[in-house]
Design a protein around this ligand. Sequence first.
Ligand code: UDP
Length: 327
Amino acid sequence: MTHVLVTGGAGYIGSHACKALAARGFIPVCFDNLSTGWAQAVKYGPFVQGDLLDRAALDAAFAEYQPVAVMHFAAFSLVGEAMSNPGKYWRNNVLGSLNLVEAAVDAGCKQFVFSSTCATYGEQDGVLLTEDSAQLPINAYGSTKRAVEEILRDFRASDELRTVIFRYFNVAGSDPAGEIGEHHRPETHLIPVMLEAIDGQRPELVIYGTDYDTPDGTCVRDYVHVVDLVEAHILGLEWLLEGKESRVFNLGTGCGFTVNEVITHARAATGQKVPHRFGPRRGGDAASLVSGSHRALSELGWDPTRSSLKVMISDAWTWHKTGGYSG
Ligand code: UDP
């Protein structure tokens, strides 16, 4: 059986990746320190509770499971927190990733799939972003992800690693079967915050900024369903296992929605009003982040069929109503 080491496998995207890997006959080995993940989300393979800054724990995991590839999701990923605590982001996201890359190389594990982000592109005045767009991050989260991309580039140059880098746009939705889902404490992401406001778990959604240069003044984002996103990871893994060249792929649909438009869709999907008010901008937010690339579709054969706002919000709502993980 073929093992894949999945860092952050107890988290939102990593747990969905583990489910997709298991469905394809791989054994996902979840490596997670549970700082933001949930033991209850580890359902599809062995669990190693460990930290990326602990090189011995990484070496032991590679030695025990001999994974054919790494999928690296573990990272802190909140724009607001990254602005107020950049050291936490650089230490965990960059030093942790360097440890992981070195452990993989030393173990002879050459295939590496990395979660990067459209936040590496920064603020580019509403243009559609492609993999060749300049990477000029405006927040520490994007800076740390760009730094890891550079680490991977340098290891690639010495033929020690082959990589597929995915630059995600805004990931949303949850497993339609309701086995796993998005659950952060505290929750800061738009769609789950909206759902919490709908069912009274918070008084309202605060819309961060109404004076952006966008159609209605609120930020524009390109939302992609987590199930579609992890399917791309399977295709990326297969790409590497077939011996193809290292490659970067955007993962977005190419359709941008303002925060107000997402609220309108949430009302339609749930049949309920979204209590909200307008607030100031959040530091580090770009006005617009929308993918202008078809590379994942044309080269990987990616087909993001669940990535309409209607389906993403409905799936998130189904999960939300389960109450999520406890503890
Ligand atoms: N947003 C908002 N209120 C919230 C959370 C998010 O207005 O309580 C906006 C945020 O400014 C951004 C978009 O919703 O324009 C998506 O934010 P999220 O935190 O979900 O993802 P990010 O774009 O930071 O990765």
